[in-house]
Ligand binder design. Structure first.
Ligand SMILES: [Zn+2]
Length: 129
């Protein structure tokens, strides 16, 4: 994949993520993409280390577990912090799009009532070994 095509794909993911975060966070998330280290990234489960935080995206359970202070404050309003957004941006674009799309629909779910929203769970921070 050329980097131009890759940038387009990241733009598409970012566009959908814009529904569940705000633009300042999204900008910071894009800068963090290079710092995302995947421990596991398969169809059912994604575990990543981002800066000094862990992000767990359990796709089967529709659940995101993460522990930064921003996420703690944002989780109740179903908004994403920069670490979670960066993790979704760093995924394979196809998977990133699918997750970002569901999150965006989930952000609307209280209004539309058609989508089961993802759970955002605050976890204690731990240092990956
Ligand atoms: Zn975070």
């Amino acid at each position: 994949m050329t980097s131009a095509a890759n940038n387009d794909a990241v733009d598409n993911v970012a566009e959908r993520l814009a529904a569940c975060t705000e633009s300042g966070r999204l900008q910071r998330a894009r800068k963090l993409v290079g710092d995302v280290e995947f421990v596991i990234a398969d169809e059912a489960l994604v575990i990543a280390a981002v800066a000094k935080y862990n992000v767990v995206i359990d796709i089967e359970a529709r659940c995101i577990q993460h522990g930064c202070r921003d996420f703690h404050g944002q989780a109740s309003t179903r908004r994403l912090c920069k670490h979670v957004a960066a993790t979704v941006l760093a995924l394979d674009p196809e998977q990133g799009l699918s997750i970002a799309g569901e999150l965006a629909e989930g952000a609307d779910a209280p209004r539309t009532g058609v989508v089961v929203p993802w759970k955002l769970e605050v976890i204690t921070r731990f240092t990956p070994t």
